[in-house]
Ligand binder design. Sequence first.
Ligand code: GZL
Length: 350
Amino acid sequence: MKTRALAAGLWGLLAIILLSACGAPAETGEGVSDDSLITVGFSQVGAESDWRTSCTNSVMEAFSEENGFNLIFSDAQQKQENQIKAVRDFISQDVDYIIIDPITESGWDQSLKEASDAGIPVILVDRAVDADESLYTAAIGSDFELEGKKACAYLKAYLDKMSYKGEVNIVDIQGTIGASATIGRSKAFDDAAKKYGWNVLAQETGEFTQAKGQEVMESILKRHDNVNVVYCENDNEAFGVRDAIESAGKKVGNNIEKGEIILLSFDTTRAGLTETLNGTILVNTECNPLYGERLASMVKTLEEGGTLEKHTYIDEDQYSANELVKSVTVDGKTYPVTILTQEILDERPY
Ligand code: GZL
């Protein structure tokens, strides 16, 4: 595909010569072969969550043929071996660029080196890898530990505003083990639980899915009858946790004094914010999946000979329908909390 530029130039030159010969204005866009498109191989984690679907849709919309791209999409079904196979397939197809949303941080050195040796730039999106930075051109994603710190700071501030003096018996339903989203959110949870003296009853993976989230929470509720807060590492897990709690005859909600179980969540998907607006989820910390246009712009910058920052983090918000906490402070910086309304929800892009 990298001979694409030369071929397009020759076709264009031929078109100008032929059209000029007949006196017509030179149209270089006509009949240009597919080789004029930028071929991008995208290895996506899977389709495990609403967030993931929004991310995939955003990339597919941005990397359209009308926008000058030939996108080769691969869904790894949450298996790293499928991602590594996809990267090797992209290399054998001699794509112009490779984009990877790495399911886990480890295990990437060899396949990234193969792409580097083939002279194919790699951009990482969303999650990160634990590999030599020289093996990829750029990475754009979230600061997952900050997301977790903001969620935990919110919980602390909320309980203080409620003058709650009782025990915090908390459960962490983790995301995919080894994923940077899980590593960051779980580390923030661990540090906060230690700092604030929260009683961690269980910490188990819900694999970022609703089904696993429900299954794991059902099991935990059989072992612990005093859970009063659940830290769900994404919205789909929160839906499963909600169903498990309600099936056990208990109630989710914001009033811990009255025995309601507080849910925290991440992703701020439309379904997650709907559950936040009705009070099922107390606070939803944003993790923005709309990477498509940013990634397309990054590829075009490289295509035009430009350079990219090695690491870019995206700004993210926090939402609650409860008006008690209007901002959180993390590491000396204050972050506003958006008090969620139906109007705000209706205007959300995903
Ligand atoms: C976070 C992303 C996570 C989402 C989950 O950036 O990697 O993976 O929080 C998704 O919904 O499954």
